[in-house]
Write a protein that binds this ligand. Structure first.
Ligand code: ATP
Ligand code: MG
Length: 258
C-alpha cells in the first residue's frame, strides 16, 4: 500500500490493496483565459499509463499535447478532472506535498532541455541530484549520475559544458537528469524534434528501454512516426480531444515479453 505521497514501492496499490495504474489522467478539461477569451486546450481527456509502458501522444500543433504533459506532471492544475500518480490523487495534496511528489516521482524532459549552461554535464546531474537526494547520500547521487551518463553513452562527455554538446547529447543529458530520482513517471516533450533520424532513433530506443527495463511509465509527445511505432500505445489528440487511442499491434510471433 502506498501511504500518501511517500510511496516508494515499485508496485502501487490503492487503500484497499488493489494494484493501481501508475499514471491516471481522468476526464481532464483545461481552459486557458486569454484577455477575456477562453481557449479550451483539453476537453475531457483520459489516459492511463502502467509501469513499464510507453505511450506516445501525437497531434497537430496546438492540439493540447504540452498542456496534457504539464497537467499529468502536476505543473498545471486542470480546470476539471483528476490526475493520480502511483495511487495519489494530485488534487488532494498540499502545495509542499505536490512539490515533493514532483521531485521524487516524476521526471520531465521539456522541449528545451533547460541544462544549466555554466555547469558541466556531470554537475548538471549532481547538483540537481543532491538537492533531491533526501536520505540518499551524495555518494549515491554521484554513483547513479555516472552510471546513467555511462548508460546513455555520455561517459566521455562528463566535463563538457552544455554549449559544447551536440543536440542529441544535450537531449540525453536531459533524459539522464530526469531519470536520476528514479521516477515512476517520465514525461518527455518532443525528444526528437531537433535531432536527425539516427540520433532520434537512438533517443527513442533509450526511452523504450527505460520504460520496459526499469518499469517506468513513460509518456512521450512526438511527431516522429518511428517513435510512435515503438510505443505500447498511441494517443491521437485533435483540438484538445482524444480522437483515437490504439495499442501497438502485437509482433507476428506474439512475443512482447516484459
Ligand atoms: N499559457 C497559455 N495561455 C493561453 N493559451 C495557451 C497557453 N498555452 C497553450 N495555450 C493554447 O492551448 C492550446 C494547446 O496548446 P499546447 O501548447 O498544449 O499545444 P501543443 O499540442 O503542445 O502544440 P505544439 O505541437 O505546437 O507544441 C493552443 O491553442 C495554445 O494556443
Ligand atoms: Mg507543445
Amino acid at each position: 500500500m502506498c501511504p500518501g505521497h511517500v510511496c516508494n514501492s515499485a508496485e502501487h496499490f490503492d487503500r484497499y490493496g488493489e494494484p493501481v495504474t501508475t499514471l491516471q489522467v481522468h476526464d481532464v478539461t483545461h481552459r486557458y483565459g486569454q484577455r477575456g477569451r477562453t481557449v479550451t486546450a483539453l476537453d475531457r481527456v483520459s489516459l492511463d499509463v502502467d509501469a513499464g509502458e510507453l505511450t506516445a501522444v501525437l497531434g497537430p500543433s496546438g492540439s493540447g499535447k504540452s498542456t496534457l504533459l504539464s497537467i499529468a506532471g502536476g505543473l498545471l492544475h486542470p480546470t476539471e478532472g483528476t490526475v493520480t500518480v502511483a495511487g495519489t490523487p494530485l488534487n488532494e495534496l498540499r502545495r509542499s506535498q505536490l512539490q515533493e511528489l514532483r521531485a521524487r516521482q516524476i521526471g520531465f524532459v521539456f522541449q528545451t532541455h533547460n541544462l544549466v549552461p555554466y555547469l558541466t554535464v556531470r554537475e548538471n546531474l549532481e547538483v540537481i541530484g543532491v538537492l533531491l537526494a533526501g536520505n540518499r547520500g551524495p555518494t549515491t547521487v554521484r554513483d547513479r549520475s555516472l552510471e546513467l551518463l555511462g548508460e546513455l553513452g555520455l561517459a566521455d562527455r562528463l566535463g563538457h559544458l552544455p554549449a559544447h554538446l551536440s543536440a542529441g547529447e544535450s537531449q540525453r543529458v536531459a533524459i539522464a537528469r530526469a531519470l536520476l530520482n528514479e521516477p515512476y513517471v517520465l514525461l518527455v516533450d518532443e525528444p526528437t524534434a531537433s535531432l536527425d533520424t539516427t540520433l532520434g532513433a537512438e533517443v527513442v530506443k533509450l526511452l523504450v528501454d527505460q520504460a520496459h527495463d526499469r518499469g517506468v511509465a513513460v509518456v512521450v509527445v512526438t511527431h516522429d512516426h518511428a517513435m510512435a511505432d515503438l510505443a505500447d500505445r498511441r494517443v491521437h489528440l485533435r483540438d484538445g480531444r482524444v480522437i483515437r487511442s490504439d495499442p501497438r499491434p502485437d509482433p507476428p510471433d506474439g512475443g512482447n515479453e516484459r
